[in-house]
Ligand binder design. Structure first.
Ligand SMILES: *[C@@H]1O[C@H](CO)[C@@H](O)[C@H](O)[C@H]1NC(C)=O
Ligand SMILES: *[C@@H]1O[C@H](CO)[C@@H](O)[C@H](O)[C@H]1NC(C)=O
Length: 528
């Protein structure tokens, strides 16, 4: 595909060139008008929202909450701290901050404390060495959270649907089982949009989750409850899921790390009612956390037996990597990248330019939104069916009038998804293998996480195409890490996405670690 384009370029008549120049001009004009519009949208929303009366998010009472999960696991293993004490501290933190942001929607605190005491008793009597414990149970005694839409025995499994508001899961999703087997202790589940299908975390069961950096902004979706409770140091590890940015978007808006692994590595059993046997899907579970060093051991647990397909332990020589960057999605309906976000990308580019042998080169992308939309129709799950709790097919024409008179159980976001599914669908199967080819074994692509930092609640309805900044990598099935890159002048997190070739997740993680080392990574949304 890359080569074909080059051929086309060389056989151009003057007429074609004039046409091309005109199209280019119109596109540039549109991009200009579009970014003006974006500014107006933000200005209007800034008048609507006021957070001057919000409660200040309290600082952590114990510095343990600020540590990485691997460091906490080590302290438990060598008995510097008991699991019970640690789990209790995280529970206290959740109880302290959750009323301010509405992230955790169901919990199992008593059971978690009991399991923690069991861990402490086990450690007091085991003959296993520290190294054996580390390799067999890497997160022994460390608490974790997951989404309401990821099946966790005994906890709410509503998917944000009013018709399921009392449903509790009867078994654990495969990823939850794996993390429990690694010794981690589940403390609760967190908020999501209906069936995970919107870029904000809000539903008619639990309401809306607020961004810890500024409560006028969204946490993104769908793993929004996860991202915000992790950013507030209420949970050290969170299992997210990502079909169109659902790990990376909230991780970006809330200033933490999130990794969408190469697709197909992790069992989907128990994720949003999947059996794990559905066949092709763009969805993948993945790790969300405050620190880059937690990503690899966490990912290792989630991939289970498929670990042999990755090289998570390989030494990565950053100087030998080939860096690419990209600033556009190739879809003019998406907003252009703001100055703040370009600046964050620029800082990363400059850093890798200094340490690398090969200079960075630019990549281009096309048709990204069309591609994602097309591949969503190939997903095994039927949104209209899921929306009815699998009891029928939700109809836009029936629900829309009900919504207008306040009688619909569904959110506006769900209705928009329904409307989208009845619009004509352009066939677009072209996979951008060109990107996969170019990235190869040692290529890494740096790409903005989004056009702008965390947006105002509801403003995404006016910019529904922007999630393509994330969705395109689901289509491409590539591994991507969202990396926080400090805060902008309004105190909102900046970030970039680090993309690598298929099964080269370790390259994303190595680059994420380097960026954390140089630019500081997670910045707490509370005074320290
Ligand atoms: C949150 O954003 C609003 C609107 O942009 C701004 O006025 C306010 O100062 C921000 N709050 C904090 C705590 O930064
Ligand atoms: C491992 O990967 C293969 C293909 O990538 C997939 O079919 C299989 O379900 C995966 N195994 C697990 C345990 O997830």
């Amino acid at each position: 595909m890359c080569q074909q384009e080059n051929l086309r370029e060389s056989s151009q008549t003057p007429k074609k060139m004039l046409l091309k120049a005109t199209v280019k001009f119109i596109i540039h004009l549109w991009i200009f008008v579009h970014s003006m519009l974006d500014n107006v949208i933000d200005l209007i929303f800034s008048y609507i929202y006021d957070d001057s009366k919000r409660a200040q998010i309290p600082t952590v009472k114990d510095s343990l909450l600020m540590e990485s999960a691997v460091s906490l696991a080590e302290k438990i293993r060598n008995k510097e701290v008991s699991s019970e004490t640690l789990v209790q501290k995280f529970i206290d933190r959740v109880e302290e901050v959750n009323p301010l942001i509405n992230a955790v929607v169901d919990d199992r605190f008593e059971l978690a404390l009991q399991e923690a005491r069991n861990v402490d008793a086990f450690l007091a009597s085991t003959t296993l060495t520290q190294d054996m414990l580390k390799s067999q149970k890497p997160f022994l005694g460390v608490p974790f959270t997951t989404k309401d839409s990821t099946s966790a025995k005994g906890l709410r499994y509503t998917l944000g649907l009013v018709s399921r508001r009392h449903v509790k899961a009867t078994e654990d999703a495969e990823v939850v089982t794996l993390l429990k087997e690694a010794g981690a202790i589940l403390i609760g589940v967190t908020n999501i949009p209906e069936i995970n299908m919107w870029c904000e975390t809000r539903n008619n069961v639990y309401g809306q989750t607020l961004n810890p950096y500024n409560t006028t902004r969204t946490v993104g979706g769908s793993s929004g409850g996860e991202a915000s409770i992790i950013a507030l140091a209420g949970s050290p590890l969170g299992i997210g899921t990502d079909v169109g940015g659902s790990i990376r978007m909230p991780a970006f808006y809330c200033g933490i790390f999130g990794h969408k692994p190469t697709t197909g590595l992790i069992s989907t059993k128990g994720l949003t009612r999947r059996t794990g046997l559905e066949g092709h899907t763009m969805v993948s579970a993945g790790p969300m956390c405050k620190y880059a060093q937690d990503l690899a051991p966490f990912l290792q647990v989630l991939v289970g037996k498929n670990i042999s397909k990755l090289q998570l332990d390989a030494e990565v020589s950053l100087a030998d990597l080939k860096f690419f960057y990209m600033t556009e999605t190739g879809d003019v309906r998406a907003s252009s990248v703001s100055v703040d976000m370009l600046h964050a990308l620029e800082k990363a580019k400059t850093h890798f330019h200094e340490i690398c042998k090969t200079p960075l080169s630019k990549m281009k992308m096309r048709y990204s939104f069309k591609l994602w939309r097309y591949w969503m129709t190939k997903e095994p799950a039927n949104f209209a069916h899921e929306l009815t709790n699998r009891e029928g097919i939700a109809s836009f024409w029936k629900e829309f009038p009900k919504k207008c008179i306040g009688q619909s159980d569904y959110t506006l976001a769900a209705l928009i998804r329904l409307a989208d599914s009845i619009l004509p669908q352009e066939k677009s199967e072209t996979l951008l293998d060109c990107h996969q080819e170019k990235l190869g074994d040692d290529g890494v692509l740096l790409f903005p996480s989004h056009p702008f930092p965390a947006v105002y609640h509801y403003s995404s309805f006016l910019r529904p195409y922007n999630f393509v900044y994330w969705g395109i990598f689901n289509v491409l099935m590539l591994p991507v890490t969202q990396v926080p890159m400090g805060l902008n002048k309004d105190g909102l997190p900046l970030g970039i996405q680090v993309v690598a070739g298929p099964y080269k997740d370790h390259l994303c993680l190595a680059v994420a670690k380097e960026l954390q080392k140089v630019f500081g990574g997670w910045v707490p949304p509370f005074p320290v």
